[in-house]
Design a protein around this ligand. Structure first.
Ligand code: NAD
Length: 439
């Protein structure tokens, strides 16, 4: 089988490489000729563990190719995935569907009988029907199907998530012929996961679309709930790590997404939460919990700089601050909505000079964070700094020697917004250690 990915970003590239690994012939198409040029020269434009090796293997055996030519790519293709971006629409928080609809128009020009157009992008409920209408209007005589297969992978563990997902969600049109076509094609594509007995949830288009948003909003709420519990722990002398462990052992709650921190960011949770709120408003069915969650998270990110300044004794004017980690999470170079983008400029406005290190994100971060001195390793960032702040929990920071940190920091203040160290060990090393929700 031959398939086309329209959009070779995080999702399109990872999904394309993983389908190629399943043995499907994949053409990843993108409008960005620079990106396709890089990929054709063996360069991978994003940092994702394991991705470069997977691409190298599948381009070498020609299962995976890259192109800007949609017409040629679609010749003889059974399935076409739409994996373009759906960012927040400037000003109102609705999902910007212009790329999705443009992709549908382009696909309509080359659609063939028996093919399936599958939306992998995260799109508001009702979008699949609109995609179908766009293509049917342009190609009324072609017998094709439209499906929704929202992508549930996480950056940083994207390949593992794609290869061994908790479930695959497939939404199809209600008419029997397109439904049968879409389900048959997607079952064939995901055959290796079928064999692993991965649950396949077959639904309507609308259910699949809403499922993705409900999952993201639930996860964002879990994080935000724990962040507020962390604040209460600080006021009461309780330890949020122990609270998280104790409640997480309850199977109804679950252990993941209970880690307190500076507030969530990333390419999905913030924009998807906003888009869900807008969809709910449009249907006069408000989601008050999601609205509160977004407001609490925004306020948290904005207040983190003040917390840091307070931990530094009330002023950072003239101080050098070492920042460890700037990406929104470890194992990615993605800077979208990273807490560092909210925190670092406020520290600079308060008079601090910032020197920073991130294992993968510095190239992406440099244009977004002006006047930061970028360092070659964590110890270089700590050198001659007054205080250090851990913003992203990269494994590379877990093994830093507390005594060496204490030796180099002038004011001996370590602010850990990810709780990666044990407070006793830091205090024994002579550091003033401030973390989240630990008394
Ligand atoms: P991205 O911005 O990294 O990539 C989108 C790509 O689409 C870009 O390379 C862009 O040039 C290309 N593109 C846009 N219009 C095009 C067109 N008409 N033809 C060809 N290429 C086109 O976005 P992403 O992070 O991969 O996200 C894609 C979708 O998947 C979004 O809806 C997102 O919400 C969703 N999603 C993302 C993640 C994630 O972790 N990044 C996870 C699950 C779902």
């Amino acid at each position: 089988m031959r398939i086309v990915m329209v959009g070779t970003g995080y999702v399109g590239l990872v999904s394309g490489a993983c389908f190629a690994e399943f043995g499907v012939e994949v053409v990843c198409v993108d409008k960005d000729a620079t990106k396709i040029g890089q990929l054709n020269q063996g360069q991978v434009p994003i940092y994702e563990p394991g991705l470069a090796a997977l691409i190298a293997k599948n381009t070498a055996n020609k299962t995976l190719t890259f192109s800007t030519d949609l017409k040629a790519a679609m010749q003889g293709a059974t399935a076409v995935f739409i994996a373009v971006g759906t960012p927040s629409r400037r000003g109102d928080g609705h999902a910007d569907l212009s790329h999705v609809f443009a992709a549908a128009q382009e696909i309509a020009a080359y659609i063939q009988d028996g093919s399936v157009v599958i939306t992998k992008s995260t799109v508001p409920v009702g979008t699949g029907r609109k995609v179908a209408a766009i293509i049917r209007a342009a190609a009324p005589d072609i017998a094709f199907a439209v499906a929704s297969n929202p992508e549930l992978l996480r950056e940083g563990s994207a390949i593992e998530d794609f290869m061994r997902p908790d479930r695959v969600v497939i939404g199809s049109e209600s008419a029997p012929a397109p439904r049968a076509l879409a389900e048959a094609v997607l079952k064939t594509l995901y055959r290796p996961l079928y064999l692993l007995e991965t649950p396949m949830v077959f639904t309507s288009l609308e259910t699949a679309e809403l499922t993705k948003y409900a999952a993201n909003a639930f996860l964002a709420t879990k994080i935000t709930f724990m962040n507020e519990i962390a604040d209460l722990c600080e006021k009461t002398g309780a330890d949020v790590q122990d609270v998280a462990r104790a409640i997480g052992l309850d199977g109804r709650i679950g252990r993941t997404f209970l880690h307190a921190g500076p507030g969530f960011g990333g390419s999905c949770l913030p924009k998807d939460s906003m888009a869900l709120i807008r969809t709910a408003e449009a249907h006069a069915s408000p989601l008050k919990i999601v609205e509160a969650m977004v407001a609490v998270n925004d306020a948290r990110k904005a207040s983190m700089a003040q917390r840091i300044i307070a931990a530094c004794g009330g002023s950072v004017a003239g101080w050098r601050l070492a920042i460890l980690g700037v990406t929104f999470k470890p194992n990615t170079d993605d800077m979208r909505e990273a807490p560092s983008l909210a925190i670092i400029p406020l520290l600079q406005q308060a008079g601090a000079k910032v020197q920073a290190f991130d294992p993968a994100g510095m190239q992406a971060a440099a244009p977004l964070l002006p006047n930061v001195t970028w360092c070659s390793d964590p110890y270089a960032a700590l050198e001659a700094a007054d205080a250090a702040i851990i913003l992203t929990e990269w494994n590379a920071f877990r093994g830093l020697a507390p005594t060496r940190i204490a030796q180099v920091l002038k004011q001996k203040i370590l602010i850990d917004l990810r709780n990666i160290y044990k407070p006793e060990a830091m205090r024994e090393a002579g550091l003033r250690y401030v973390s989240i929700g630990r008394g």
